[in-house]
Design a protein around this ligand. Structure first.
Ligand SMILES: [Zn+2]
Length: 997
């Protein structure tokens, strides 16, 4: 037989596009349209419904950037449509090629009942099957004219990303506002042909099944009368019934389809718009659940659920009803789908506390699955936190975005720094916006790395970010591939059902140890420095606020600010969303974040101040130093207040060659005439920190234009070009410190270098006005080390200093929390920071042997999506700590983030709890969230070894239990004689709950 495959495939494309799809709506009449443009920000629904509309016509422009327009559409169903299915087609000016990221609408009945969302690929509203015709139709649409930030050419700087700069030019043109007859038979034919046509081209060209599909499609097209598709669609479908009925192969891959809409909590739109995006999508999905009995939808991010509850009670009522039926499923158990590299230990824990608690309180649902499809890499502290929250499974697909290496598994056990393992699945469909195409399903089956031992994978299915979620077309296609020869088999089910099957079929999955590093988006550790600083400050202040408020409550009977702390935690957790903390949102989001963090700081400082004054007693002219850190400092115990012992004084001496030498008996540091540190001598160990001829505190400037994803990415070639900023405008003494001033490009920097104890503190102020540059601060260290440690959640993670393999080479920019530490046996160096996360560590070899170069990432200047990213003044603090053990690094990291607070007073404050071994670090002291007055203490082993220690509470208690992160008891603690004996594994995290006597 002649091979006419290409001919038939081309025929299918043309006839579908030009004849069959247009016949889905064979008849239509225009609706009358009115509009009322809300002045400025969105208005309450009642106000929008009550407003008086002005006439507007199809073809007219509407929608200033970020505006809200309330459309009223009215019409009459023609009498001749009696008995036919009628839909309103409301095209606000959508570009169907882009399923989200544009204007959107939420359709209401005139009484305010939400009907469904309007999105580029769901423009229809079912009106019904009018019995007689003549029925009046009236709908209202709350339409948001969110501008497209990704223009026709991506990554171009745009002023549209902030309402303050976006202007008022209308963004859209009404394209269609009609009542139309919906021909379901034609629509079903479209679904048949799409499924079979898409499956056909994925099958081997020489397979019998492919040929059968080709012949059936050709016969179906023969059966279509191109001048009367509606009358002949049924006959065409009949030609396809046979091939659609053939059951799947016995070895077919099995896909668990989970209805999904990945909604970024803020990104190319502000937070307030996400509130509405979520409501539109949820309304769409509850409507689809009503129409499609097999469909299951999962929604993550408790914050988004809370928004619906607070802002759209009508939608919330539909959601709670659908949750009760088990088909609208809470997923993930986190407050938001946060970044997981940068959030600190407690914040990462609280993501789960607040997320899981919301679903438990609202629905009694305590789910096992962590849902993070889009997060930019996963810190190795996470498995322990997941388990401590009472969960055990993780889903993400983001690692498939890695540019260099292909991850070897799709289903595996992920082992964290402490040895905790969680069952993890990466959907092989490689998207969190699956649309049920044959191509996607075939890719999932082919790509699945665990073939032969497992056969199930998950497909998050639906358009996110304003795409409205799953469409009826996706549901129709899934129904056809439930059991179809040549296709993977698809079943709608919740994530828990998928994981149960996957665990059962794969009892011995492979193990991946350590972080799940994303080989992309590395610059998200640096972009939008003030957002990062706001996060770090907020985390530190929350620690202090809980500690001192709990201490004041127990010691002085002061009220504990439960509600205030709960609210502030949720604010900080929201801003750890994976496009806010990473710095990848529009200018508007980051402008608001800076303001929010300032408000958070003000409130928390007030909480801390109130508690400390309650504890300090009447001032008798004295001054108390409060130490909120987990280690003693200046003679004040951890969590205590008392008089402080000052640091040793620094002696300053000019150097003959220019510059100054600082010496405090512990460290002797030489700063040359260029303001560079040329020697840092550890007087205790008798050892030089820097390699001969190399200078530290060296600012380095690189050009930085990645190939794409400007705010997200730094590409490895950035290192090929570097300018060392060695010219100083001024190097002078300021007290016992050295001040260095430089200028470069349009920017300037001043640094203050100070000895304090065993550390060289460097306060850097940059007035940054560069474009597409990357600013680093370099410290070459005379340390021979194959690996270095970076602080992560509840411990630290090791990375190589070399690039032997592509996996190591790809980690050319990585995340630390408060410290980076390198060491040779017996001697090491820590570099600690108060707010930077990005860094790189490399090695060079010279006369002195190996040099380990640690560089801190200070600032970038990408222009997309925020064209003014990081312009302005920034302040950073770092400290170089020669001779530091890993324990010293932990301690110094806390110190630089928790400055001592001096409060007038005379009554020394004893710590609520103390631990007799510094390896055990207390990360939280607080009152229990249930307001019982119980004291909750969380701590962990911080050095990566085993430890036996005693934790002593300094308050009477009747009972002590271990708990999970949600403060739910998990077991008895050994609390005899008023103290608790501890035996901790490396990095083990423990929460204790004390019932006070
Ligand atoms: Zn996302």
């Amino acid at each position: 037989m002649h091979d006419d495959r290409d001919l038939v495939e081309a025929r299918l494309r043309r006839v579908l596009d030009e004849r069959i799809r247009p016949a889905v709506y064979p008849e239509s009449v225009p609706l009358k349209v009115g509009v009322w443009n809300a002045p400025g920000e969105p208005v309450p629904v009642a106000e929008g419904l009550a407003a008086t509309p002005e006439p507007i016509a199809v073809g007219d422009a509407w929608g200033a950037p970020w505006g809200t327009s309330w459309f009223t559409v009215t019409g009459t169903v023609p009498h001749e449509w009696a008995g036919k299915t009628v839909e309103a087609l409301l095209d606000l000016g959508f570009d169907e090629r882009k399923p989200g990221f544009q204007c959107e609408g939420l359709v209401y009945l005139p009484d305010g009942t939400p009907v469904k969302g309007l999105n580029p690929r769901t423009q229809w509203v079912r009106v019904g099957a009018p019995a007689a015709g003549g029925e009046q139709v009236e709908l209202r649409v709350e339409a948001a004219s969110n501008p497209e930030i990704f223009g026709p050419v991506p990554w171009r700087p745009t002023q549209l990303g902030d309402t303050e700069t976006a202007g008022s030019e209308p963004q859209y043109r009404i394209a269609r506002m009609d009542l139309a007859v919906f021909d379901e038979t034609v629509w079903q034919l479209v679904m048949d042909l799409e499924v079979l046509g898409e499956l056909m081209v994925e099958l081997p060209a020489d397979s019998g099944r492919r040929a059968e599909l080709l012949r059936a499609v050709n016969r179906a097209l023969d059966a279509v009368d191109l001048q009367d598709v509606n009358a002949t669609a049924a006959a065409a479908r009949a030609e396809l019934a046979g091939v659609l009925a053939a059951p799947a192969n016995a070895s077919a891959h099995r896909v668990s389809a989970v209805g999904h809409a990945h909604i970024d909590s803020a990104w190319l739109w502000p937070l307030r718009e996400t509130v509405r995006k979520v409501a539109r999508t949820a309304a769409n999905m509850t409507a689809l659940l009503d129409d499609e009995p097999d469909f299951v939808f999962a929604m993550s991010q408790a914050q988004q659920w809370a928004w619906i509850k607070e802002h759209r009670p009508e939608v919330w009522a539909k959601v709670t009803k659908a949750v009760a039926s088990g088909r609208f499923v809470p997923a993930g158990g986190m407050w938001v789908e946060s970044d997981t590299n940068m959030p600190g230990s407690e914040a990462m824990a609280r993501q789960f506390v607040h997320g899981k608690r919301f679903f438990i309180d609202e629905f009694g649902i305590d789910n096992d699955e962590v849902w993070l499809p889009d997060t930019f890499g996963f810190a190795a502290g996470l498995p322990q936190i997941i388990k401590a929250a009472g969960s055990s499974r993780l889903l993400t697909q983001k690692i498939s975005w890695s540019q260099t290496n292909t991850f070897p598994h799709h289903t595996f056990l992920w082992e964290g720094i402490d040895g905790t393992r969680v069952f993890t699945h990466f959907p092989p469909v490689d998207t969190y916006n699956c649309s049920m195409t044959g191509r996607e399903l075939a890719h999932a089956a082919r790509n699945f790395k665990d073939k032969g031992v497992a056969r199930h994978s998950l497909a998050p299915t639906g358009w996110g970010d304003g795409g409205g979620g799953t469409t009826r077309e996706m549901v129709a296609k899934a129904a056809r591939v439930r059991d179809l020869e040549g296709s993977p088999q698809v079943t709608w089910e919740p994530p828990s059902a998928f994981f149960a099957k996957a665990e059962a079929e794969h009892p011995n999955p492979p193990v991946w140890v350590g972080e799940l590093y994303l080989e992309l988006h590395r610059a998200t550790l640096t972009s939008q420095a003030q957002t990062k600083q706001g996060n770090r400050r907020s985390e530190s202040l929350l620690r202090e606020a809980e500690l001192w408020a709990a201490t004041a409550a127990v010691r002085a009977g002061a009220p504990y600010p439960y509600a205030e702390l709960d609210r502030i935690w949720k604010t900080v957790l929201l801003h750890q969303f994976h496009d806010i903390l990473p710095g990848s949102s529009i200018a508007w989001v980051h402008r608001e974040a800076r303001r929010t963090y300032a408000a958070v700081a003000e409130e928390l400082n007030a909480v801390i101040d109130t508690a400390q004054r309650a504890l300090a007693g009447e001032s008798a002219g004295g001054e108390l130093v409060f130490n909120g850190a987990p280690h003693a400092r200046h003679g004040v115990a951890a969590g205590a207040a008392g008089p402080a012992v000052p640091e040793a004084a620094t002696t300053v001496r000019p150097r003959e060659e220019g510059g100054y030498e600082l010496d405090n008996g512990l460290l002797r540091v030489e700063i040359d005439a260029r303001g560079l540190v040329v020697s840092a001598y550890d007087l205790t160990a008798g050892r030089e920190t820097l390699p001969r001829g190399r200078a530290a505190n060296l600012l380095q400037l690189h050009p930085d234009l990645p190939n794409q994803w400007d705010a997200w990415d730094v590409d490895s070639f950035y290192r090929n070009t570097v300018t060392d900023l060695v010219t100083a405008d001024e190097v002078r003494l300021e007290g016992a410190s050295v001040r260095v001033s430089r200028s470069f490009g349009a920017s300037s920097v001043t640094q203050l270098l100070t000895l304090s104890g065993g550390r060289l503190e460097i306060a850097t102020e940059v007035d940054w006005h560069e474009t597409e540059k990357f600013l680093k601060l370099a410290f070459p260290l005379a340390v021979h080390a194959d690996r270095y440690a970076s602080e992560s959640q509840y411990g630290h993670t090791f990375r190589a200093t070399h690039t032997n393999t592509s996996w190591e080479a790809a980690k050319f920019e990585a995340c630390n929390h408060r410290f980076v530490h390198v060491e040779e046996p017996g001697w090491g160096v820590a570099l600690v920071n108060d707010s930077t996360y990005g860094h790189d560590v490399t090695r060079t070899v010279g006369e002195d042997g190996t040099t380990t170069v640690v560089r801190v990432s200070l600032l970038r200047a990408p222009r997309f999506p925020d064209p003014e990213t990081d312009q302005g003044v920034h302040r950073f603090r770092h400290a170089l700590v020669p001779g530091a053990t890993i324990g010293d690094a932990v301690r110094e990291g806390y110190f630089i983030n928790l400055p001592e607070r001096r409060v007038p007073g005379s009554a020394s404050v004893e710590p609520l709890v103390s631990v007799d071994d510094d390896a055990v670090v207390v990360t939280a002291v607080k009152l229990a969230d249930d307001e019982s007055g119980d004291v909750v203490v969380r701590f962990h082993e911080s050095r990566g070894g085993r430890v036996r220690a005693t934790l002593t509470p300094d308050f009477p208690f009747t009972e002590v239990v271990t708990t999970d992160l949600l403060e739910r008891p998990t077991g008895e603690a050994n609390g005899a004689d008023g103290a608790v004996s501890l035996t901790l594994r490396p990095f083990e995290l423990v929460t204790l709950r004390f019932r006070r006597a």
